[in-house]
Design a protein around this ligand. Structure first.
Ligand code: AMP
Length: 213
């Protein structure tokens, strides 16, 4: 499980590690954005929360995760990215894992200062097609505004504006940060300093994750 504030780099690292391990990356934010783009009832409901940087209600998220974890590709394990985000979600996850016969082996905390998070999030651009992410200053695409991987026009997420980012950081501090103690107490939490380059963080994540494999 990858735990940390928005903009800490969880998505980038989760995508790579999941690919290397041959397991799915399960990112509730990506799943919700897909539902919004497809205009499903879930997407219509979720959008009002997401646009203002609030959390989507726990029961909605837990139903989404229950369905996802039951799929055949999740049988051999998975990387959770951006879930759980509240104590009730963590408790719901425990119940689901117990029912499925899985065990949470490692929680990796991405530690980044608030100033760096603001810089990263407000300069972030992403590909609406393949989910690749860029930064206008520190990780620009080869051609401005175009995804290196699939050629799609890049977008700024609606919730990456400065006002919404501040709200998301506050929501993180209040509702998600308590999970650190929850998992530390279980002895499965590893902190990774996540302000370095993507390569440096990748190394630290691999070291931390290796302990659980
Ligand atoms: P993310 O891409 O992980 O930053 O998520 C984007 C937005 O989706 C968040 O600001 C929330 O509104 C919503 N979201 C994603 N994951 C969760 C979750 N586990 N619980 C509640 N809301 C979530």
């Amino acid at each position: 499980m990858f735990l940390g504030p928005p903009g800490a780099g969880k998505g980038t690292q989760a995508r790579e590690l999941a690919q290397q391990w041959g397991v799915p990356q399960i990112a509730t934010g990506d799943m919700l954005r897909e539902a919004v783009a497809a205009g499903t009832p879930l997407g219509r409901d979720a959008r009002s929360y997401m646009d203002r940087g609030a959390l989507v209600p726990d029961d909605v998220i837990l139903a989404l995760i229950a369905e996802r974890l039951a799929k055949p590709d999740a049988k051999g394990g998975f990387v959770l990215d951006g879930f759980p985000r509240t104590i009730p979600q963590a408790e719901g996850l425990d119940r689901l894992l117990r029912d499925l016969g899985h065990e949470l082996t490692r929680v990796i905390f991405f530690d980044v200062s608030e100033a760096e998070l603001l810089r990263r999030l407000t300069g972030r651009r992403s590909c609406p097609n393949c989910q690749a992410t860029y930064h206008v200053v520190s990780a620009p695409p080869r051609r401005e505004g175009v995804c290196d991987r699939c050629g799609t026009a890049l977008v700024q997420r609606a919730d990456d504006s400065e006002a919404t980012v501040r709200n998301r950081l506050q929501v993180y501090a209040q509702q998600t940060a308590p999970l650190l103690e929850h998992y530390r107490a279980r002895g499965i939490l590893t902190r990774v300093p996540a302000e370095g380059s993507i390569e440096q963080v990748r190394e630290a994540v691999r070291d931390a994750a290796g302990a659980g494999r």
